[in-house]
Ligand binder design. Structure first.
Ligand code: PEP
Length: 257
């Protein structure tokens, strides 16, 4: 199955609006030149509006790092799906930092995922085990449960739009990436079978599954050369223009036609 490679940069809580504009001004032309890869940047909310017009015609999509599932109301500090949709085509859902520091659960992930699909956003849904769970051999069990609960009641008609990111918590921001082989095993033997059970085999084959966790220009090809790794969700390295462009290029070289 030919799946278009997908590389997204999660800027986390970095960059003022002015800094975000400067970063996009450096990234835009090199990224525009790399066809055949779906490229997305996910800045903080305050920079979304600031860079939206700079990305027009660049072939680079814009994503939010989170959103609320409710459409409006008394939810101080939150941002609604239609507010995200005004500027963005994508939204990250269930990042492990949201799960760990902001009480995100599989149930809230599920509400956000269903809201994203309702508002025609492409959700990038994050799953992954902690170091303790990894060391106890619980990766398959934990990720399967996150898939089952996080994806409950999602209509399979929308399934092929979903992007899943496997992000082992122990590899995020630590500089200790998973091996390509280990990540591919989870993609091929845990996540894709779970997607098949949820949405049927042909939908499961169409869904992009990204790896995330200390991806750099130096290790990117180790991931992209694997059969079931369709791209990357990149944190730290997405703030360094040369690194991010090299990662996108690497996905094209390994996966592109
Ligand atoms: C992330 O935040 O999704 C991530 C993968 O971070 P890093 O690349 O810095 O490990």
């Amino acid at each position: 199955m030919n799946r278009t490679p997908f590389v997204a940069g999660n800027w986390k809580m970095n960059k003022t609006a002015a800094e975000a504009r400067a970063l996009i001004n450096v990234l835009r032309d090199p990224l525009r030149g790399i066809a055949g890869v779906e490229k997305v940047v996910c800045p903080p909310f305050t920079s979304i509006f600031a860079i939206a017009s700079l990305l027009d015609g660049s072939g680079v999509g814009l994503g939010a790092q989170d959103m609320h599932w409710e459409e409006k109301g008394a939810f101080t500090g939150e941002v609604a799906p239609n507010m995200v949709k005004e500027f963005c085509g994508y939204v990250i859902v269930g990042h492990s930092e949201r799960r760990a520091y902001f009480s995100e659960t599989d149930e809230t992930v599920n509400r956000k995922l269903r809201a994203a699909l309702k508002f025609d956003l492409i959700p990038i849904v994050c799953v992954g085990e902690t170091l303790d769970q990894y060391e106890s051999g619980l990766t398959g069990e934990v990720v399967s449960r996150q898939m089952k609960l996080g994806f409950a009641d999602v209509d399979s008609a929308h399934a092929s739009r979903i992007v899943v990111a496997y992000e082992p918590v122990w590899a995020i921001g630590t500089g200790k990436a998973s091996s390509g082989e280990n990540a591919n095993y989870v993609h091929a033997k845990v996540i894709r079978p779970a997607l098949s059970e949820l949405f049927g085999e042909s939908n499961a084959q169409a869904i992009r599954i990204l790896y995330g966790g200390s991806v750099t220009a130096a290790n990117a090809s180790e991931f992209f050369s694997q059969s079931d790794i369709d791209g990357a969700l990149v944190g730290g390295a997405s703030l360094k223009p040369d690194e991010f462009v090299a990662i996108v290029k690497s996905s094209k070289e390994s996966k592109g036609e």
